[in-house]
Each structure stands twice: as C-alpha cells, then as structure tokens.
Design a binder for this molecule. Structure first.
Ligand SMILES: [Zn+2]
Length: 276
C-alpha cells in the first residue's frame, strides 16, 4: 500500500471508530415512564402551602409515583401513601384538619401487577423526600437500592426514629447524581421542603426531558409565584432550589411535572398508558 493508501485506510478506520462510538451513546437509556396513582386527597386549608393566600379554602390533591423502564432495569420514583390506606373505607384522616385527608383508590401493588412488574423486578428506587405521602411503600421493595440524600437519611424522624430501615440497601448522595451514568436520569439535589429533598431529571426518547419535582412546589400556582409553604424546613433553600430547577428546565427544554398537582395530573396519561 502506498502512502496515500495507508492514509485513506487510517482515515476510514477513524470514521468507523467515531461512528461506533456514536451508535453506543445513542443506545436507549430510559425507555418509558408510567405515571401511577399513589393517592388522592383533599387539603383542608391550602394556605398551609401558600401562607396568606387562599386561607380556609380546601383543594383536591393527588399523590403520584413514577415507574421508569431503563435499559438497565426498573426504577421507581416516590412510593406514595401506604397501600394499606386503600382498605380504609373512609381513607386516612390527618391529625391537623388543615392538612390532607388521603384516600387510595388503587394500590401501588395492583398497578405494578397490571403492568406485569413484580416488586422484586424493581432494582433501584428513590424518594423525593421522607414525608409519609412519599415513603409509604418503600418496604414493598426491601432489596431495591434506595437513592437518598445523606442529609435526608440522617435527618432524625419523629421521636428520633430513623427515616428508613437500617437494613434497606442505600446509596447516600451529597448532591446531584447521574443514576445510570448515561445522562438519561439525574437526581437533582433540591433541599428546602426537607433537608435532603431531591428531584429527578428524566430524558425520554420521544417525550424529551421531564423534571419530576417532588414537593419543590406542591402545585403550579405556588411554582409560578414562588410561594414557600410554612411547613418547609428552610425557606431560602426552597427558593434557591426552585431557581435551580427553573434554570435546568430552560437549559434542558424540560417539562415540569409537579407530584401533587391534580389539574396537571388530570391532563397527563396514567398507567397503563406511558410516555416514551
Ligand atoms: Zn408530598
């Protein structure tokens, strides 16, 4: 082979190598996302979430879980109020009448079953934070790796109880985390509502980027007006987290899906339909 021939062959090899690299990076990471009904309720007084605004008004709330199918396995984001509430004829009344009266029209177990997903199929999970309406079914998945911020994990619970069973497998995070290392699912540290509150950026192949914001805001009106509930752990952190999310939403051209916003959830497809 002459010099030009060697050069052409090398160039061809380089092109093939670049192309192979490209094919690898465009392999699907997140394949689809299901929105699950993890509770429905009525808030006694929504000014609990918007101090000074809408005092004494009640409002319907929803509680949402998200099941994500990634090439490396099933991942569950938030677990809702306990499935046991489904068996309570009148639902679960709150200690404070201004808080949320929860019902569970469908169990998480039944919704997984409908999709043919066994609890043991879920290899990894994360919760936005440790309030009871988000961690109610964590122990349905005792072997699933739990991704949680260290600040949340170590936050003493009522009567100093631990937030999770010490034997539950856990990865304690200190900040953002690209869960599968392919950029398709990134946990975002968004403290304020609680010390280690987190959100999730998911990149779906057709739908595009979506941010699951947990309780960074409870409904769209509070998000739009940057209102901070009086029950939040830290007001400045809450506002900073909303700012962080807002920058990510612009940068990623992402949709914002708010866990408890009923009007928004009613506009979205629920499982067994899905987003891909
Ligand atoms: Zn909540």
């Amino acid at each position: 082979m002459n010099r030009a021939g060697v050069f052409a062959a090398a160039l061809l090899l380089a092109v093939v190598a670049v192309d192979a690299g490209h094919a690898q990076s465009s392999k699907p990471g997140v394949e689809k996302l299901y929105i699950l009904n993890c509770g429905e309720g009525v808030a006694g007084d929504i000014s609990r979430w918007s101090p000074g605004v809408n005092e004494g008004k009640s409002m319907d709330f929803v509680d949402t879980c998200y099941l994500i199918k990634h090439a490396q396995g099933w991942f569950l984001w938030d677990t809702g109020i306990p499935d046991a509430v489904a068996a309570m004829p009148n639902g679960q009344a709150p200690a404070d009448p201004k808080a949320i009266y929860w019902r569970r029209p469908k169990t998480l177990a039944a919704q997984l079953d409908q999709l043919g997903v066994k609890p043991s199929d879920i290899k990894a999970m994360a919760v936005s934070h440790t309030h009871p309406d988000h961690i109610g079914n964590v122990e349905m998945f005792p072997a699933a790796m739990l991704y949680v911020q260290k600040a949340e994990y170590e936050w003493p619970g009522p009567n100093n109880a631990p937030r999770f069973k010490p034997e539950h497998p856990v990865t304690k995070l200190e900040g953002d985390r690209d869960v599968f290392g392919d950029g398709s699912m990134t946990i975002l540290s968004t403290p304020g509502h609680t010390p280690g509150h987190q959100s999730l950026l998911v990149k779906l192949p057709k739908t595009g980027a979506v941010v699951l914001s947990g309780d960074a805001a409870h409904f769209k009106d509070n998000w739009d007006n940057r209102r901070v509930p009086s029950i939040n752990f830290n007001k400045e952190q809450t506002l900073a987290s909303m700012q962080k999310l807002s920058e990510i939403l612009s940068k990623e051209k992402a949709q914002l899906w708010i866990n408890h916003d009923k009007a928004q959830r009613d506009s979205l497809k629920m499982s067994p339909e899905f987003y891909d």
